[in-house]
Design a protein around this ligand. Structure first.
Ligand code: ADP
Ligand code: ZN
Length: 622
């Protein structure tokens, strides 16, 4: 598409802008993109921290096209490289992936192209890159830059840790003149520092963007009947939309996927225990079909760049606030309204705590993980704006509540919960500090269960003293007491509850300190959610309503059908042809000529040539 040997234009940024419009079809850089691109085009190293959907790819793709030579993108996900390469080829960029799936004839052709300077962007996994043969080959090619994607994989604390990432400092030693740009959507400071240290980026500039994802609405709700809650969430708010449902265990993944399918929802399972071909097939369907729900363990998700994931639901607690943010961040990359739902069960916290305890990490690591989990529990049980808390967690501050999370939309009143706390704490003491919330609740409401009879808990003075609250309300109170640190999940036993620090508990038991609880939300949340359902449409549809009227909606659907047909023909995901945002813009502005169409965001020269006529015909015909 461009003579690789042409000199760097005197005004590099003018060239970058030209590429932005001609190749990508966009008209303005976003946020720090322009500054990052300028820095890298001029040969500087950079660490780019930007949330998912922030627009990281352009930050290396444009400099790779501006500078002389081939850009090398290191990405941990061979399975997704094909789609990344395909998306670039659709734009007319000469992209390729170097990996072991290539036939030997293909591989030698690619190597020839690399040496001849006929490749703009090369994707490669770290294992492959680090082979001496690959490094020697790269030394024979003119190189524009190295982009290290998912750079948080260097962090040994994260669950995406990839040992090969630790060896990537070799790029700095072997290719000191080639700029390196590391990118990640992981926001916490320790990870950031580790990336700089491990990749030897001390001389580079750090570009830190706000991690806010304003289009994602956060909901955290007590876990009562998880499958029903999930089904209602999908049917009422996200019918026909693509989403990810995270479960803690493989068994739960399978069960949930099967159950959703039974209920008429297109749901597929994904976890590390499935055969590789099943996993690949399911992932492919998720990417290429419209409206598939992927039920998965956290083995799924990193690098998934499907832009129209409309919801992420957590059936179980994630491990930490970082994990939660990373996982929910997979919703709404295209910027359209999206939702995150977490079903919060205190028993899950106990289970995770004991998993950490029985894991094989060292003492320090276990402590760190317990701490991270506690922070997550505190976040879930709080009544403050979710987004404010999330951003504070990543050391960003946001002065005003967001207005787009459950606590902002249905503020919960705080009530004096001192007496309830006293009852709960003394129930814990009298039953020997070893039972979980379910049994404690039974004692408080005076239930007649086998366990109660077995331990003669019906003889305790606390038996039946809590009848003023429902079971669900007690569950919620226990959660909050854990969040306040008044109760602690005991890791030694079976996740029973025991008293927290004496300094906290004693004044409460003596009535010297009061405990503020947010009003029990069980019934309230359900009611509020129900009331909302009546007026609420699926999130994406709601967004479309703002943009288009009914005729436009029909046109939008017709454009989607055309896109799907074109995608099937080529066996590529529909979004590599055009994103929903581009189709929405077409439906709204109804371009009448190819020139008009070219002004639509997301329509670059190559796509205009390939698809312009077909889309224009649909627009003119509807
Ligand atoms: P990330 O890798 O940070 O998650 P992407 O690079 O996939 O994000 O970009 C997210 C979305 O934003 C994509 O749909 C991309 O086409 C779009 N995008 C990126 N930069 C711009 C821009 N300057 N103008 C319009 N859309 C953009
Ligand atoms: Zn909020």
């Amino acid at each position: 598409m461009r003579d690789p040997l042409e000199a760097l234009p005197s005004d590099a940024m003018a060239e970058a802008r030209r590429l932005l419009t001609d190749v990508f079809g966009f008209h303005d850089f976003r946020g720090h993109q322009a500054a990052i691109i300028k820095h890298v085009v001029e040969g500087g190293d950079a660490l780019v921290l930007m949330p998912t959907g922030g627009g990281k790819s352009l930050c290396y793709q444009i400099p790779a096209l501006c500078r002389r030579g081939m850009g090398v993108v290191i990405s941990p996900l061979i399975a997704l490289m094909r789609d990344q390469v395909e998306a670039l080829r659709q734009l007319g960029v000469r992209a390729a992936a170097l990996n072991s799936t290539l036939e030997s004839a293909e591989a030698s052709r690619l190597i020839g192209d690399m040496r001849a300077g006929n490749i703009d962007l090369l994707y490669v996994a770290p294992e492959r890159l680090l082979l001496e043969g690959t490094l020697a080959l790269l030394a024979q090619c003119p190189l524009s830059l190295f982009a290290i994607d998912e750079a948080h994989c260097v962090s040994q604390w994260g669950h995406d840790f990839r040992p090969e990432y630790l060896k990537l400092a070799v790029l700095h030693e072997r290719f000191p003149d080639v700029p390196r740009i590391a990118l990640t959507a992981t926001a916490d400071t320790p990870t950031r520092n580790e990336i700089v240290r491990q990749l030897k980026l001390e001389q580079g500039r750090i570009f830190l963007t706000s991690f806010d994802r304003p289009n994602i609405r956060y909901h955290i709700t007590p876990k009562a009947k998880p499958r029903d809650q999930l089904l209602r969430f999908i049917q009422d708010d996200h019918a026909g939309e693509a989403g990810i449902v995270y479960c803690l265990s493989r068994a739960r993944v399978e069960e949930t996927a099967a159950w959703l399918s039974q209920k008429g929802i297109t749901a597929l399972p994904y976890h590390a225990g499935l055969a590789a071909d099943v996993r690949a097939r399911n992932q492919d369907r998720f990417l290429k079909d419209d409206g598939v729900v992927m039920v998965a363990t956290i083995a799924f998700g990193m690098g998934i760049d499907k832009p129209d994931v409309r919801f992420v639901a957590h059936m179980d607690l994630p491990k930490s606030v970082e994990s939660y943010y990373q996982e929910t961040g997979r919703a709404g990359r295209d910027g359209l309204p999206s939702e995150a739902l977490l079903l919060f069960g205190i028993e899950d916290a106990a289970k995770l705590h004991s998993m950490i305890e029985s894991g094989d990490g060292g003492e320090r690591r276990k402590q760190l993980e317990h701490g991270k989990l506690d922070a997550l529990v505190g976040f879930c049980a709080s009544s403050r704006c979710r987004r404010q808390m999330l951003l504070e967690y990543f050391e960003e501050s946001r002065p005003e509540p967001c207005g787009n999370c459950d606590t902002c939309m249905h503020p919960v009143a705080s009530v004096d919960g001192t007496v309830a706390a006293q009852k709960a704490l003394s129930c814990v003491i009298r039953t020997g500090q070893r039972f979980g919330a379910a049994h404690l609740t039974d004692v408080l409401v005076g239930a007649n269960t086998e366990r109660i009879r077995q331990f003669q808990h019906d003889a305790l003075p606390t038996y039946g003293v809590g009848k003023e609250f429902s079971r669900d309300q007690w569950r919620d109170i226990f959660r909050q007491l854990v969040a306040h640190g008044l109760l602690v999940t005991d890791m030694e036993g079976h996740g029973g509850l025991r008293l927290g620090a004496e300094a906290l508990c004693r004044p409460v038991l003596r009535g010297e300190r009061s405990v503020l609880l947010r009003e029990s939300r069980q019934s309230e949340t359900t009611r509020a959610m129900r009331a909302e359902v009546g007026k609420k449409r699926p999130a994406a549809r709601a967004a479309r309503e703002e943009l288009v009227d009914e005729g436009d909606e029909r046109l939008f659907q017709a454009l989607r059908e055309l896109r799907l047909a074109l995608a099937k023909e080529q066996n590529v995901p529909p979004y590599v042809i055009f994103h929903d945002t581009t189709l929405l813009a077409m439906a709204r502005s109804r371009p009448q000529t190819l020139q008009d169409l070219a002004r639509t965001p997301g329509v670059g020269a190559s796509k205009l040539a390939r698809y312009g006529d077909a889309f224009l015909r649909v627009i003119l015909g509807v």
